[in-house]
Ligand binder design. Structure first.
Ligand code: FAD
Length: 388
């Protein structure tokens, strides 16, 4: 039993982080990714100190510091007036307070870092072009079946297969993600081609009625990642439909003209719907358990989805290692340790959405409050999250 591998379905940030956490503990695993190669869809990620601390504990601190950017500040601005409302000092400030930096990184770069680190471990097998379809289990093992007819046996099966998780569907089909009512629009552009409004070394969050825009540098500063979130419903569930930027331009109608024009000057916007999956009671059944977006999909107003998947991975691997063959104990402890935090992040993210997207009188109150607050307090309000 002890030599039977752990099967991980999904080679996203959550699945690869878990593979590395297990490998560090000398636990064999196989990662199955449906895509033809391990390639992250999407653009950039903000990696808050709670996530960076876990990645540093995996020995990735040096490579992260090379590939990621450390923005000195988060600038919070009003998208209608283009006025700065306040700024959150990161840099040394965040490092000292949280014992880890606040970083921003291209998804592909984080994935490459994880894949490179995994190469050092013979106990990890990465398998692309393998789409999980179903499993069967008994008292001794669990068998994953793939759409190509192949099957793999292991001691446990981890569903790190994202918001549309097939593993979750197998044992909790009633738990379906729901539309959050928000659309995310993203673009990744060369810094040299980007409108000058977007080339700052800081993270900028422009708050507008029913919409906001975030931009920051990634790829060593060579590219700019842009994300706009607007009200609206999905076209369908894919991540990267080509969507006319005119539609985004229309959504950002209340924005300051210069900001709006800069958005128009970026050509490669894509749009996708944001889904929510509330943490639910049964994250596991028998030898199968869920992790990351498969268990709890969060709207990105606190930029925490990948961070929660990284935290999940560290927690689950430690429990699997500590409890040896007692997977029921490991899975119960995993849920006990992670459920409330993930739920809190989700509800705070939804609350943050209301603040970010406030309009009219509420926006005036928000702006007045933000201008008055000492910037040190702005960072401190995230202590519960970044120290966790
Ligand atoms: C606009 C936007 C901005 C965001 N910004 C941030 C941010 O700044 N910071 C942050 O921390 N988070 C952010 N997030 C959230 C973050 O992207 C996700 O929470 C995170 O990627 C989840 O990781 P995961 O590994 O759980 O799932 P995923 O990244 O979805 O990975 C799942 C993997 O499983 C594979 N898969 C699926 N089904 C199967 C199958 N049947 N068989 C085999 N493989 C399968 C998929 O191909 C995929 O590779 C953002 C999200 C959005 C939408």
């Amino acid at each position: 039993m002890a030599t039977s591998p752990i099967l991980i379905v999904g080679g996203g940030i959550g699945g690869l982080s878990l593979a590395l956490e297990l490998a560090k503990r000398n636990i064999a695993c196989q990662v199955f990714e449906q895509a033809a190669e391990f390639s992250e869809v999407g653009a950039g990620l903000q990696l808050s100190p709670n996530a960076v601390r876990r990645l540093e504990a995996l020995g990735l601190g040096t490579v992260l510091s090379i590939a990621a950017c450390a923005p000195p500040k988060i600038m919070i601005g009003d998208a209608v007036s283009k006025q700065t409302l306040n700024e959150i000092h990161l840099g040394q400030n965040a490092q000292e307070r949280y014992k880890a930096p606040y970083l921003v990184i291209a998804r592909q770069d984080l994935q490459s870092i994880l894949l490179d680190a995994l190469e050092a471990y013979e106990c990890v097998e990465l398998v692309c072009n393998k789409k999980f379809i179903t499993y069967s289990q008994n008292a001794h093992h669990i068998t994953a079946e793939m759409t190509d007819g192949s099957s793999y046996q292991g001691q446990l099966l981890i569903g790190a297969d994202g918001v549309w998780s097939r593993v979750r569907h197998m044992f909790a089909p009633e738990q379906k993600p729901k539309q959050s009512g928000f659309m995310a629009w993203r673009a990744l552009v060369e810094a040299s081609d980007a409108p000058s409004l977007f080339t700052s070394a800081n993270v900028h969050a422009w708050l507008g009625p029913n919409s906001h825009l975030v931009h920051y540098r990634v790829c060593g500063g060579e590219k700019i990642n842009l994300v706009a979130v607007t009200k609206g419903k999905a076209l369908d569930k894919t991540w990267s439909d080509d969507t006319p930027k005119e539609a985004l331009y229309e959504e950002l109608r209340p924005f300051n003209g210069q900001l709006r024009q800069a958005v128009m000057d970026v050509s490669n916007w894509t749009a996708w719907p944001l889904m929510i999956l509330n943490p639910f009671n049964n994250w596991s059944k028998g030898r199968a358990v869920l992790l990351g977006d498969a268990a709890h999909a969060i709207v990105p107003f606190l930029a925490q989805g990948a961070a929660m998947a990284i935290e999940d991975a560290a927690c689950l691997a430690a429990l699997i290692s500590d409890t040896k063959d007692e997977h029921t104990t490991a899975f119960e402890s995993f849920k006990a340790k992670r459920f409330r935090r993930c739920q809190r992040v989700l509800s705070k993210s939804i609350y943050q959405a209301q603040i970010y997207h406030a309009a009219g009188r509420l926006a005036k109150i928000r702006n007045g409050g933000l201008k008055m607050l000492p910037s040190s307090l702005l960072l401190r309000q995230y202590d519960w999250l970044y120290k966790g």
